[in-house]
Design a protein around this ligand. Structure first.
Ligand code: CA
Ligand code: CA
Ligand code: CA
Length: 247
């Protein structure tokens, strides 16, 4: 579902200063041990605009204020499924989020450290030294990115992503894993080592950059145990049987 943008931009943009820095407050999925069985957590939140994820796939990067950061911790390696569903918004004229998400190994600064943001002194100094066009922000959806506070930089390491839709909405950057169906929903499963992880969720409508109205979303993280060694060897034996029968 895609409403015309022109009807939306007439409304004032409500940007909260609380969202000005990368923070995980109220957006921690928790700590999971995949070896203990399946476990899951659902969180709801908002994100400004329907384009932040897609805008950060290009050569001038993107503004982290147009994404929402979440975190989780794995105490053992395992499979993690993450899904994001765009929800109806308070204002019915604002179209529903078409989500994209990226998972990163590592966390941005957490209190009592000074939080990171795109226009902090260390971020600006770092971004100004990079080759290519002037940057819109520090955030990058498809690769590692570095952001800072007044004095320090921190790098988050990209561990995978999924984007709602196709190049028709998220644009022409190479290497985007689109889910092929522009339906306000994405899901993906990743095998991750133990550690702390960040998740950044934003919109995948590259063309809607004049509309920063808040979108509602729900996101569910499910940790899945590894298939047991017994099950895997059973499956291997079965595969061998099938191959032998065919010959
Ligand atoms: Ca842009
Ligand atoms: Ca951009
Ligand atoms: Ca989809």
């Amino acid at each position: 579902m895609k409403h015309t943008i022109s009807s939306v931009v007439l409304f004032p943009l409500l940007l909260s200063s609380a969202s000005a820095h990368i923070s995980y407050t109220n957006r921690n999925f928790g700590t999971f041990d995949p070896s203990l069985g399946t476990s899951s957590q659902t969180l709801t939140s908002t994100v400004a605009g329907n384009y932040g994820w897609a805008d950060a796939t290009d050569s001038d990067f993107g503004d982290s204020h147009r994404l929402r950061a979440f975190r989780f911790t794995l105490s053992n390696a395992g499979y993690v499924n993450l899904s994001v569903q765009g929800l109806a918004n308070a204002n019915p004229l604002v179209n529903v989020l078409n989500p994209g998400f990226s998972i990163y190994s590592g966390l941005s600064f957490v209190a009592p450290a000074e939080l990171a943001h795109d226009t902090a002194a260390a971020s600006i100094s770092y971004l100004n030294d990079l080759p290519g066009p002037a940057k819109e922000g520090a955030f990058r959806s498809l690769v590692d990115f570095t952001i800072g506070n007044t004095t320090d930089l921190i790098t988050l390491y990209n561990a995978g992503h999924v984007a709602d839709g196709t190049a028709a909405n998220y644009g022409s950057a190479l290497g985007i894993n689109g889910d092929g169906s522009y339906d306000n929903f994405v899901t993906g499963t990743f095998y991750l080592p133990a550690g702390d992880y960040s998740v950044f969720i934003g919109g995948t409508d590259y063309s809607s950059q004049s509309d920063a109205n808040n979108r509602n979303l729900s996101t569910t993280l499910t940790v899945i145990p590894e298939p047991s060694t017994a099950l895997l060897s059973g499956l291997a034996a079965l595969a061998l049987c099938i191959r032998r029968k065919r010959h």
